[in-house]
Design a protein around this ligand. Structure first.
Ligand code: MN
Length: 251
């Protein structure tokens, strides 16, 4: 049976990374695109609950939603698709989703939502700057998709994939990594509007990374593809044991 593959993103239904990813995945399954009608980057895992959502059928198995990536996955699995997809693939994001980025990322959150709804899911991002060349990341996404369709994923687990924005021969290999810390310095710009009123703009800044060869960001810096298995359970289990044993709380 041909697998059904949902392709979504946070950059909007017209984003080039989405089209190239969808086209590549058509080699291994029936692809349906359900994506936001506008750029929703940094939308995180937000769900639209205070207004209705409209779905537009754009033809050829493409749908847009006037909502967030999470809305798209929710509506796709709940209403649009004929049955639960064998795979949800989100991307390809033009820019990395490493370390702390994961918390803000709409790209990753779409894969989180897919996982919550019981479909194996992965998020694919291109680590680098313009000009973006999506083809290498799309080809790797197909390889990974084939492997997931064959082997499945561990329970409640999604893959966060970052591919260096380089030519294939300049990528050294693939590393399984842990989510590192990626903190931005100077990400708040302070400036003035034409009326002299002060305002702030969050974005940009210089990222710096924590130590540790096994992190997602270090793999990218070293020229490797980074594949990070993320778990829906955000519990720090070591801390749970420690606090439970050592803190004697009462109320
Ligand atoms: Mn984006």
């Amino acid at each position: 049976m041909t697998p059904l593959i949902l392709v979504t993103n946070d950059d909007g239904v017209r984003a080039p990374g989405l089209a190239i990813l969808a086209q590549a995945l058509q080699a291994i399954g029936q692809v349906v695109i359900v994506a936001p009608d506008q750029d929703n980057s940094a939308a995180s895992h937000s769900l639209t609950m205070k207004r209705p959502l409209r779905v537009k059928d754009l033809g050829q198995d493409r749908y847009s939603v006037d909502g967030t990536p999470t809305d798209c996955v929710t509506l796709a699995l709940g209403k649009i698709l004929p049955h639960k997809p064998q795979l949800v693939v989100s991307g390809i994001n033009p820019g990395p989703n490493l370390g702390d980025d994961v918390s803000y990322s709409g790209t990753v959150s779409a894969a989180v939502e897919g996982t919550m709804l019981g479909a194996p899911s992965l998020a694919v991002s291109l680590a680098g700057e313009e000009p973006f060349c999506f083809e290498t990341a799309a080809a790797f996404a197909v390889t990974l998709a084939r492997t997931i369709l064959d082997k499945g994923l561990p329970k409640d687990t999604l893959l966060n994939v970052n591919v260096p924005n380089r030519r294939p021969e300049e990528i050294h290999g693939v590393r399984f990594t842990r989510q590192g810390r990626r903190v931005y310095d100077g990400a708040i710009k302070e400036t003035f509007d034409p009326w002299g009123r002060q305002h702030y703009w969050i974005g940009g800044g210089t990222p710096f990374w924590d130590e540790g060869e096994d992190t997602d960001a270090q793999a990218i810096l070293a020229g490797y593809v980074s594949v990070t298995p993320l778990h829906l359970d955000l519990t720090n289990h070591a801390a749970l044991r420690k606090l439970g044993a050592e803190w004697k709380l009462s109320i």
